[in-house]
Design a protein around this ligand. Structure first.
Ligand code: RM4
Ligand code: MN
Ligand code: MN
Length: 431
């Protein structure tokens, strides 16, 4: 059966209806920004340049530990996942990279998968290893840990899995491995904190040695869950220590949901930038824990403040500053394609607004200890409605002016529901 795809001509036709209004809004904003000596065209170029990777597991419906409510037309294998990623890319134009999770997406033929991706304008970003679940046919269990397990044989198996990921990655053509481990304890006394960390470092050293020279390994910390009392790589300090111990190819990845509520994440970002160890992000939003809600849906100001640090570093020309951006969300009640598009738009919004910050005025306020004025400078940027810039950026790049509307009008989901009858229960893909 032929696979339905949204055609460029369909997007163009859809855009035609919205072009006049967009031009009016854009011109109006241009005049307002000009008054502040800001050239709107620079911002539109920035919006066009931002890149965000989509994780393959995000295009399926997510679930909680209670239930999962699958959506019709869900992708059933890695090729169908790539089709959905390509659809997101086609409509928003800033998501050309896909991040795979192994073994969830282990390709039978990695070169064929790479070709399939390339035909759709996609490439592969950091690869995620998985030692937080047991896989069918696996010799030893990760129930009590993986890279830090007391049994050296389990640790070895987990190390080998990570090295396998590097090998697949070589064929798929990307240069980073992300390691998140679930190792930790549910009870006080269950594990020896120092010994567990020593074992982590010992295991990671072996993985590090297997990395080709121009590769990087991203260490992802997480406060808690699935372990509810203690976690081995629990915070950015531990992650930073390990990255330093391992060497220059090791960097720290910040997943926004992996912190205690109210933690000042932008400070963590600033520190990692200063120490030359920021790998990049898993963007999402949260209210209580690792909720994996859509980026910018709960705390849009926080997202802006994070981008404020990133743009500050970008403008200062900090050496080796090249963070990788990815979404890492669980879409339990929405169409994942719609959520991913909206989230990518939210990141662009925060990025453009951060570029709007009057850096000189901010520095002046800081140096004069004028706290109120410093906040006012940030708020002035944050309160600017930059939607016409982002819509214009999409239109100029061939994407949709209103991606969700165009997507719904295309009936993509309904067509996929017919093309992809659910054959078996698709796994949640999110722990
Ligand atoms: C974890 C973590 C990892 C992701 C898994 C699915 O909480 O965020 O990045 O690979 O979930
Ligand atoms: Mn993550
Ligand atoms: Mn997570």
């Amino acid at each position: 059966m032929a696979h339905f795809e949204i055609e460029d001509a369909f997007i163009a036709e859809h855009n035609a209806k919205a072009k006049t209004e967009l031009a009016q809004d854009y011109d109006h904003l241009a005049v307002q920004l000009h008054r502040k000596n800001v050239d709107i065209e620079n911002l539109t170029a920035k919006a066009q340049a931002l890149r965000v990777a989509i994780p393959s597991w995000d295009v399926g419906t997510g679930g909680t530990r209670f239930a999962r409510f699958p959506m019709p037309g869900e992708p059933r294998d890695v090729y169908e996942k790539l089709q959905d990623c390509a659809t997101v890319f086609k409509l928003v134009r800033c998501t050309p990279a896909v991040s795979l999770h192994i073994p969830w997406d282990k390709p039978g033929d990695p070169s064929a998968l790479r070709r399939f991706a390339r035909e759709r304008g996609l490439h592969f970003d950091a690869m995620n290893s998985n030692t937080f679940q047991d896989q069918p046919g696996q010799d030893l269990s990760y129930k009590f840990g993986s890279l830090t397990h007391p049994d050296a044989a389990v640790r070895r198996q987990a190390v080998e899995h990570n090295i396998d990921c590097i090998e697949i990655r070589k064929v798929l053509g990307s240069k980073a491995l992300t390691v998140w481990i679930a190792d930790g304890g549910n009870f006080p006394g269950q594990l020896h904190p120092r010994r567990a960390l020593e074992r982590y470092l010992e295991s990671m050293h072996v993985i590090y040695q297997a990395l080709p020279d121009n590769w990087r390994v991203f260490l992802e910390h997480k406060l808690y869950e699935p372990a509810f009392y203690s976690t081995v790589i629990n915070d950015w300090g531990t992650s930073y220590y390990c990255a330093r111990e391992l060497g220059p190819k090791a960097l720290c990845l910040v997943d926004l949901g992996h912190h205690a509520p109210n933690v000042n994440i932008e400070m963590i970002v600033a520190r990692l930038i200063q120490f030359g160890k920021l790998a990049g992000f898993h963007f999402n939003d949260s209210k209580y824990g690792d909720d994996d809600l859509d980026a910018g849906s709960i705390k849009p100001f926080q997202l802006f403040l994070i981008f404020n640090e990133l743009v500050d570093a970008e403008l200062c020309g900090i050496p080796y500053f090249d963070p990788a951006y990815m979404l890492d969300q669980s879409h339990n009640v929405t169409d994942p394609i719609e959520s991913l598009m909206m989230s990518a738009v939210e990141l662009t919004r925060a990025y453009v607004q951060a570029h709007l910050v009057d850096r000189q005025a901010l520095t002046d306020a800081q140096e004069k200890c004028d706290a109120l004025q410093a906040l006012a400078v940030l708020k002035d940027a944050f309160n600017t409605d930059v939607r016409p810039i982002i819509a214009m950026a999409r239109d100029r790049s061939g994407g949709a002016i209103d991606p969700v509307r165009a997507y719904r009008a295309s009936r993509y989901r309904q067509r996929k529901a017919a093309e992809r009858p659910a054959e078996h229960q698709v796994s949640a893909g999110i722990v």
